[in-house]
Design a protein around this ligand. Structure first.
Ligand code: AMP
Length: 422
């Protein structure tokens, strides 16, 4: 039996890699315009990093982490998300010592042992950005503006921005207490998981997708009516800055996010094209409490993570996936002509021209058929005459137009005929 990839993982074949490269290139270009620099952290960390920050009650820590012991018996986990590692790196390398703002982004794989389904994998990929060292609501709106530009540039449409505030250690405990009281009256109407969460982490009930729980959730008190003055003003100001950027949003009081370290502003971007459950493309918010959970000083932080697989689903409808198209197909008649073609290809590639040669011993006719299939822009047939004269016939495939050129003139002619190729 042949060996297959592990359930919940997927290969990216060349046809789809192009779109991924475009997403990654856009992220790098655009995020850098907003002052972000890339950070790369390891894909595994001490388990404690996630246990402490994500919360031992969370699904991620309880059942979704890929955890193993190394040879010294240390508990190690594949990273399920990128924010805690970025904060760990910030503390470990003392980036915060300069008292400035640090804008960081990352692109890479994350691992969660979830039940695989469309848009949900066990190895998936995120583009994320974190800004450390400020709690200014204008900065939050700037992050969302950056995301908006990014998605627009890629051609992702129909996304809705949902925003909320989850309060802070001053106002949230009172709200959670109220929530617990309300939920205790409705236990019989809740799914078993929510019955448990009503006690352990009632905020997470708001996040439940089980249909039976929805009528109960709809009637629960809104956190927005229980914010302290600081949180209320912050949220209002954040909304005003979104308005300055002309960004549309919806306030959704039940949007709480699953992770414990979020405070204040929280948001998601969702698309109905992804179906009813795994519809979030981006999730983010403020996590001013995270640094202290890791034993560090107070460090303000705001950021998001975007799931690349889900973004790809949105973009695939509008894209033709294509392999790179050769600039020139060098067809050869015999062994000596092959040597000539190899040399010419080498010269052309050094000048950034994609030159293609067949290595399957095809006849000239079959080589030309291949050139057509690959959609090559030009073809050049090389035989004894061309070898001796040093002049080569180039045919533009689009219209059959033909010219004869000295070898030195080929690269600039090909380039000049269609501009930069990739
Ligand atoms: P989270 O870290 O849970 O807030 O997730 C942020 C984003 O990552 C989500 O909005 C999704 O786009 C993506 N994501 C999270 N979990 C998965 C998964 N298991 N498979 C694919 N994408 C995911």
């Amino acid at each position: 039996m042949t060996i297959k990839s592990v359930r919940g993982t997927h290969d990216l074949l060349p046809e789809s890699v192009q779109l991924w490269q475009r997403i990654e290139a856009s992220a790098r270009r655009l995020f850098e315009l907003y002052g972000y620099a890339e950070v790369r952290t390891p894909i595994f960390e001490q388990t404690e990093l996630f246990a402490r920050t994500i919360g031992s009650d969370s699904d991620i820590v309880q059942k979704e982490m890929y955890t193993f012991s190394d040879s010294k018996g240390k508990s190690i986990s594949l990273r399920p998300e990128g924010t805690a590692p970025v904060m760990r790196a910030n503390l470990e390398h003392g980036l915060y010592h300069d008292g400035g703002i640090h804008k960081l982004y990352y692109i890479g794989p994350m691992f969660r042992h979830e039940r695989p389904q469309k848009g949900r994998y066990r190895q998936f990929h995120q583009v994320g950005a974190e800004v450390l060292g400020s709690d200014h609501p204008a900065l939050e709106a700037e992050v969302i503006d950056m995301l908006d530009r990014f998605l627009e540039e890629l051609g992702a449409t129909g996304l809705r921005l949902l925003v909320n505030s989850v309060g802070c250690p001053t106002c949230r405990p009172g709200y959670v207490k109220l929530l617990r009281e309300e939920l205790s009256k409705r236990q019989d109407d809740l799914c078993p998981q929510c019955q448990r969460r009503s006690e352990t982490n009632p905020l997470r009930v708001l996040d439940c997708k089980v249909p039976a729980c929805q009528p109960v959730i709809d009637e629960l008190p809104s956190i927005l009516e229980h914010l302290c003055e600081n949180c209320r003003q912050h949220f209002e100001s954040f909304r005003a800055y979104l308005g300055h950027h002309k960004i549309h949003y919806e306030v959704v009081p039940r949007l709480v996010r699953g992770l414990d370290y979020y405070v204040g502003t929280t948001f998601e971007m969702v698309s109905s094209k992804l179906g009813p459950t795994q519809n979030a493309v981006v999730g983010g918010g403020r996590y001013d409490g995270l640094s202290q959970l890791l034993g560090g000083p107070p460090v303000q932080g705001f950021g998001f993570a975007l799931g690349i697989e889900r973004l790809v689903v949105l973009l695939e409808e509008t894209q033709d996936s294509q392999l790179p198209r050769p600039d020139i197909f060098l067809a050869y008649l015999d062994e000596q002509a092959l040597e000539e073609s190899l040399q010419l290809a080498q010269e052309l590639r050094r000048q950034e021209i994609f030159a293609y040669i067949d290595f399957q011993g095809r006849s000239l006719k079959a080589q030309m058929r291949l050139a057509n299939r690959l959609n090559s822009r030009f073809t050049c047939i090389i035989g004894e005459e061309e070898r001796k004269s040093g002049e080569f016939p180039l045919k533009r495939m689009e219209d059959g137009h033909q010219v004869t050129l000295k070898r030195k003139a080929i690269a600039s002619y090909v380039r000049g005929n269609h501009g930069p190729t990739r």
